[in-house]
Design a protein around this ligand. Structure first.
Ligand SMILES: Nc1nc2c(ncn2[C@@H]2O[C@H](COP(=O)(O)OP(=O)(O)OP(=O)(O)O)[C@@H](O)[C@H]2O)c(=O)[nH]1
Ligand SMILES: [Mg+2]
Length: 442
């Protein structure tokens, strides 16, 4: 058991019971020394001349000055951890994304710790020595939350929380927590709660578990502390009810869609990795103000707008939740209703963040998810967004060698080639689909 004690003191006693040397140990701020703690030995207990309380106070002061921001609560600081078994490149990128996810969830990242292992430890997932290091770092930096980039089993989470007394979550839970924060509409909220319950269900033992930490999420959102005592049976009942409610909403959506389809207005759905600029593009194209921000999963609830083309022609364009690598399965299932709309699309517009160093991986992830959703048969135009952030020759080569159109969603004047291509596809199918290089250069 690792406890966050302020200090530990040992008094050595000889066989006659006479006290001898005294040792005292305490942690140090991370800017002092290189191992993070200090042990002092006083050879003779009679000569002990230290004011422990004063010492602890001084250390606390120093810790808060160097490592903690006073305005933030402890629970808002998190330490990221990963066990790496494969190549280090993808692992590093994955950790960068975890950091972005944490920041998107208003957490402050206090540090990152990586351990390379042949095989994860079956009990703690991470090696025991590394775990002690993690706990020490948490104490030094005032982090109360440990986020693993790897998926942890319910047993591992339980062992870790029991051993360290920290709040421990994994990547899936972090994503679920972000979704819980962002959900606005009734439908969004139902979907998120459903996803959280589905995630929790296999993690609920029949009796007492580390449930309070699981259900609490990071703050106390979603199915939070008030439902601390729910057991499997009640969780199942809730899932059934939520599913029923969702089914009703799904019906209403279908009715709306039928009406729309009967009017024969073509539908374009924007898809893409989270933060690629989907909502920004919708806004610029249709002069609207759907929420667009530089954080992951800004959009949860889909929105549709009309987009007018010359000659009285118009389309409906929809923006929806973004995709991410290893999206928790429970979320995919719960968001099936939202994603179902994509099946009505006449055309998918895949928005890619061309300035992101992980662009290739993100494209692959989106394509895999489209395949899983059975959407691969719907025609798709790729837009390489954020072209303003990459060298012009890179944008040209993207358009030339990959079948896509470079755009900058923040700048309306860059969208003409994309619009031309959409128009061409919708109304002149059979004609040449791709805009000419001249159009792109224009
Ligand atoms: N420089 C630049 N920034 C852009 C461009 N397009 C979008 N952004 C920025 O990228 C960030 C994300 O944009 P959003 O439109 O919210 O992205 P999204 O794909 O809707 O993201 P989610 O809803 O979170 O999945 C915002 O800060 C935008 O201002 C672009 O063409 N150039
Ligand atoms: Mg968005």
């Amino acid at each position: 058991m690792l406890l966050g004690l302020d200090m530990m003191v040992t008094v050595r006693v000889d066989p006659e019971g006479i006290p001898g040397p005294i040792d005292y140990a305490h942690i140090l701020p991370s800017n002092v020394g290189d191992r993070g703690w200090d042990i002092t030995t006083v050879p003779d207990s009679g000569r002990l001349n230290a004011d422990f309380l004063e010492l602890i106070r001084a250390i606390e002061d120093e810790l808060s000055r160097t490592d903690r921001r006073p305005t933030l609560e402890r629970k808002d600081r998190a330490l990221l951890a990963a066990v790496v078994t494969g190549p280090s490149g993808p692992a590093k990128e994955s950790l960068n994304e975890l950091r972005a996810l944490a920041i998107s969830n208003d957490l402050e990242v206090a540090g990152v710790l990586v351990q390379r292992l042949k095989r994860p430890d079956p009990h703690f997932f991470i090696g025991k020595g590394k775990l002690s290091e993690l706990v020490l770092k948490c104490t030094q930096t005032g982090a109360g939350l440990l986020i693993f980039d790897n998926e942890l089993t319910p047993n591992q989470i339980r062992s870790l929380t029991d051993y360290t007394d920290l709040r421990i979550i994994d990547r899936s839970q972090l994503i679920l927590d972000i979704f819980a924060r962002r959900a606005v509409t009734r439908e969004g909220k139902i979907q998120v709660e459903l996803a959280q319950l589905k995630y929790l269900l296999p993690r609920l033992a029949e009796k007492n578990t580390a449930m309070s930490r699981l259900t609490g999420g990071i703050g106390a959102r979603g199915p939070g502390e008030t439902k601390l005592e729910i057991n499997r049976r009640r969780a199942r009942e809730r899932i059934i009810n939520l599913n029923r409610e969702l089914e009703k909403i799904r019906q209403q959506r279908q009715d709306r869609r039928r009406l729309r389809n009967s009017r024969r207005v073509p539908v374009i759905s924007i898809v893409g990795y989270t933060n690629a600029g989907k909502s920004t593009l919708l806004n610029t194209l249709t002069n609207s103000s759907v929420g667009a921000k530089n954080r992951l999963f800004e959009t949860l609830d889909p929105s549709s707008r009309r987009l007018r083309f010359p000659r009285e022609r118009e389309v409906i364009i929809t923006d929806t939740v973004g995709f991410i690598r290893a999206l928790p399965k429970s979320l995919m299932e719960a968001f099936a209703a939202t994603l179902e709309e994509l099946h009505d699309a006449d055309l998918l517009l895949h928005v890619v963040d061309a300035a992101n160093p992980r662009m290739e991986e993100q494209i692959k992830t989106v394509e895999e998810i489209l395949l899983q959703l059975d959407l691969k048969d719907i025609p798709c135009i790729t837009a390489f967004n954020k072209a303003d952030l990459i060298p012009p020759e890179e944008a040209i080569s993207l358009s030339r060698f990959r079948d896509g159109v470079p755009i900058s969603a923040v700048d309306r004047t860059t969208l003409a080639p994309l619009l031309a291509r959409i128009e061409n596809f919708l109304w002149n199918q059979g004609d040449q689909d791709a805009p000419t290089q001249k159009e792109i250069d224009r």
